[in-house]
Design a protein around this ligand. Structure first.
Ligand SMILES: C[S@@+](CC[C@H](N)C(=O)[O-])C[C@H]1O[C@@H](n2cnc3c(N)ncnc32)[C@H](O)[C@@H]1O
Length: 198
């Protein structure tokens, strides 16, 4: 999608998707946080963080969080929200497709961002994420499933592509509105196995 599409969205509103007001978003964030299998993460990356509503929740589970968006306005609002969040949480302006951040992460969050990409961009992002994910880390993807005319792909198409990648699928959730999938780079123990319950 053209970058101008997002700048125009934020020109007209501080919260163009209703992240702070809609029950759909609040519930989706709760499902997202519940699907994360570790209680804490060392260094997380959130791509396309918008105004930082999910970022604030992620920060409470992370020692360090890097949350990026291509909109300066969204990043300013996210940075303000993250000032009071626990841990070291940074919001910065960055295009995660053209300029994937350096270093490794034990949590990568791709929430409502991949359907804006064409097939080549999606494959490049999956490759970057896969290379940046630690062996004990996880990647979580969450996307709206209803078709949107101007988006290059649907949520189901991007999740199908993730499922076809080399990433190991560890958990999933599906309803009429959104789909969530969790992946690891290599097969890892379940929560019960890690806690010696089995
Ligand atoms: C629908 S919002 C999702 C916000 C957040 N991830 C969530 O789930 O609440 C999509 C956001 O992704 C950002 N975005 C889209 N493409 C991007 C890119 N290539 N790099 C950085 N941010 C991007 C947009 O500016 C917008 O703020």
């Amino acid at each position: 999608m053209e970058e101008s599409y997002f700048h125009e969205m934020y020109r007209d509103s501080d919260d163009p998707w209703g992240f702070t007001s809609r029950w759909y978003e609040q519930r989706k964030y709760q499902v997202t946080m519940a699907a994360l299998s570790a209680p804490r993460y060392r260094r997380a990356f959130e791509a396309g963080c918008s105004i930082g509503v999910l970022s604030e929740q992620l920060a409470s589970r992370c020692e360090q969080l890097l949350a990026v968006d291509l909109s300066d306005k969204a990043v300013q609002i996210a940075a303000e929200r993250l000032k009071t969040a626990g841990g070291q949480a940074i919001a910065e302006t960055r295009d995660f497709v053209a300029d994937w951040p350096p270093g490794s992460f034990d949590l990568i969050v791709l929430s409502e961002v991949l359907y804006y990409l064409d097939h080549a961009q999606l494959d490049a992002v999956i490759a970057h994420a896969s290379a940046a994910l630690t062996d004990d880390g996880e990647l979580i993807a969450v996307h709206w499933r209803w078709p949107v005319e101007e988006y290059p792909q649907t949520g189901d198409q991007v999740h199908d592509r993730l499922r076809d990648s080399d990433l190991v699928h560890t958990a999933g959730y599906l309803d009429t509105d959104f789909r969530l999938d969790v992946f690891a780079r290599v097969a890892r123990q379940s929560v019960a196995q890690r806690e010696h319950l089995v």
